[in-house]
Design a protein around this ligand. Structure first.
Ligand code: ZN
Ligand code: ZN
Length: 449
């Protein structure tokens, strides 16, 4: 009897597997409202080391009774991810200032009234810009905010919104865990005090049954190195790509540790930073990682039943890298380039509310003596030569070296910024275009280059 039963069972499972295959080839699964690119198992597209650790990580979690929905919301250039599990909701980042209302509508449409958690990975405007609206319009339980204060109006707006609700943000510690219905998340980073906002991002691993999702904000190489060295399990089914696909994140060593099946890039169409970078896309492609991207596909939804993850659309097949903008849209900023931050205490007025406006107050420009010699050695090529000429025409001293890149993290500053990297880590450029083309694609939010 027993053996006959097991034969029957085996036959049944074989048939079920066959049926599932047929259905998934047809592009849908029954009972699933969202058309699915159902890929229930991680197949041989990962490295051996990655697969081994991934398997152990995914067997370590508890049962998931409620369905988990992860909405990678299209907020243009920025991040905002809504996570729903049963009656519980959580938002990781809130997009740029201009996206607050759109984000509010999106959440309302999903039936969200209360957020158990609002995680603001780091205080850059493309992550916390819409947070003041979210805080004002929704009931929010716990607010996690990276302990890296920025001297911006955007940051102050968030603090003001918290104050108005008599709330405080807190900084979670790596290792802390929190539940969200039948899902749970664990804080992984920041592990150090970094000298830049991006590396100070709060990183976390969300688990739901055997499904796992990794979020790293805008962590760059340094933070990734520390994460890998920390011994924490980084293996995840889904990786929200760090720093919108910048070349300074998602290093090979880090990706070997994460070894995801899917990667989701949240970035703006034709963004000026050249996100996502070609080398990052190539890395994903060579590892067999399937890529989703909000710039091409709009908002993307992942659905987990605790065992399998299905998606609201098929992965992107374009493998199209972003290109740093060489257009004239940056030109107006040049004339006031050295003036965004005055040396005085009037920090508030130096920042535009949206973080994107080119209209800056124009206090007296500071001298850039130390960059003059360095910039003279720059040899602009191609089209940058002509745009460089235009930039010189507006300044009092030709070749002033108005832009400083940080060789460590790709951050771009005005030479007048008071948070410049050490001289040995500086790359000096005459124009913004040259700097961005060289990969310095992350503008400092203090000087707003
Ligand atoms: Zn950032
Ligand atoms: Zn960002």
């Amino acid at each position: 009897m027993r053996s006959r039963k097991s034969v029957l069972l085996r036959t049944f499972f074989a048939f079920a597997l066959f049926a599932a295959l047929i259905l998934s080839v047809g592009g849908f699964l029954p009972g699933n409202a969202i058309s699915a690119d159902a890929a229930p198992s991680r197949t041989g597209n990962t490295t051996a080391a990655g697969s081994a650790s991934a398997a152990s990580a995914r067997t370590s979690t508890t049962s998931a009774t409620e369905t988990l929905y992860v909405h990678f919301i299209d907020v243009g250039q920025g991040d905002a991810t809504l996570i729903l599990c049963g009656e519980h909701a959580m938002l990781i980042d809130a997009g740029d200032n201009s996206k607050g209302t759109a984000l509010q509508l999106y959440l309302t449409k999903q039936g969200v009234k209360k957020l158990d958690y609002l995680v603001l990975t780091h205080p850059d405007a493309d992550h916390i810009g819409g947070a003041d609206v979210v805080l004002t319009k929704f009931d929010v339980g716990t607010v996690f905010l990276s302990d890296y204060p920025e001297d911006t109006k955007t940051y102050q707006d968030v603090l003001d919104a918290l104050k108005a609700k008599h709330m405080r943000s807190s900084m979670p510690e790596p290792g802390d865990s929190y539940t969200l219905g039948s899902a749970a998340f664990t804080i992984l980073a920041p592990l150090e005090d970094y000298d830049n906002a991006n590396d100070s991002s709060i990183a976390l691993m969300l688990r739901h049954g055997g499904s796992s999702f990794l979020f790293t904000g805008d962590c760059g190489e340094e933070a990734e190195k520390d994460l890998t060295a920390s011994g924490q399990s980084l293996s995840a089914d889904v990786y929200q790509v760090g720093h919108h696909g910048s070349r300074y994140s998602s290093s090979q060593a880090f990706m070997n540790a994460v070894s995801p099946t899917w990667a989701v890039i949240s970035c703006g169409e034709d963004n000026s930073y050249g996100h996502p970078a070609a080398e990052v896309l190539n890395r994903f492609r060579s590892m067999g990682i399937k890529v989703f991207r909000t710039d091409e596909q709009g908002s993307i939804i992942a659905v987990s039943d605790g065992k399998e993850i299905s998606w609201s659309c098929a992965p992107s097949q374009t493998w199209k890298a972003g290109e740093p903008t060489k257009s004239s849209t940056d030109q107006p900023k040049k004339s006031t380039a050295a003036s965004a931050v005055s040396g005085s205490t009037t920090t508030q007025s130096a920042f535009s509310g949206s973080g994107t406006s080119a209209a800056q107050p124009a206090p007296a420009a500071e001298e850039n003596d130390k960059e003059k010699t360095a910039s003279a050695t720059q040899t602009p090529t191609g089209d940058s030569a002509s745009s460089g000429g235009q930039a010189f025409a507006t300044g009092s001293s030709p070749g002033a070296g108005l832009y400083i890149g940080n060789k460590n993290n790709g951050k771009l500053h005005l030479s007048s910024c008071h948070k410049l990297p050490l001289e040995k880590n500086q790359a000096v450029f005459n124009t913004r275009e040259e700097a961005v083309a060289a990969g310095y694609d992350d503008p400092c939010k203090l000087c707003n280059p």
